[in-house]
Design a protein around this ligand. Structure first.
Ligand code: 5GP
Length: 118
């Protein structure tokens, strides 16, 4: 049996969300605590806890996530100015929800991605 996560409850609509896209492999919904004017989470429907848990058979879903990101960015009118796609993994990546998800963030200048070490 597949374990349930916060996001799997959003995917099966047990929990409400502002869902913007769903197909047989992935679901996208607006982040509840947005970091920018556009902040959408794109998640595989199958519960994959982290990037480290991706299996070879998930390749199609992983590609779909990127294709959906491209389409949603166009829909949100942020494609031309640009945006950032982020996937956090485990503790050092500060991943909070153990269901792989890609953040699509844009609608403003996001600054540099990481502080340099020196
Ligand atoms: P992480 O830190 O794991 O990469 O990102 C988790 C994201 O999920 C955060 O940006 C957080 O705001 C978002 N989030 C947490 N709980 C919920 C929820 O119940 N609904 C929605 N739509 N987003 C959530």
């Amino acid at each position: 049996m597949t374990e349930e996560t916060l996001f799997s409850k959003i995917i099966d609509k047990t929990l409400p969300s502002d869902m913007v896209y769903q197909d047989d492999l992935v679901t996208a919904f607006r982040d509840i605590n947005p970091a920018a004017p556009t902040h959408i989470l794109i998640v595989p429907n199958r519960v994959i806890p982290t990037v480290d848990d991706i299996e070879d058979s998930d390749e199609l879903a992983m590609g779909r996530m990127l294709r959906v990101a491209r389409d949603l960015a166009r829909q949100e009118n942020i494609a031309e100015d640009g945006y950032r796609l982020i996937i956090n993994c485990r503790d050092h990546g500060r991943q909070e929800v153990p269901h792989l998800h890609m953040h699509l963030v844009g609608g403003k200048d996001l600054g540099f991605m990481l502080r340099r070490e020196s």
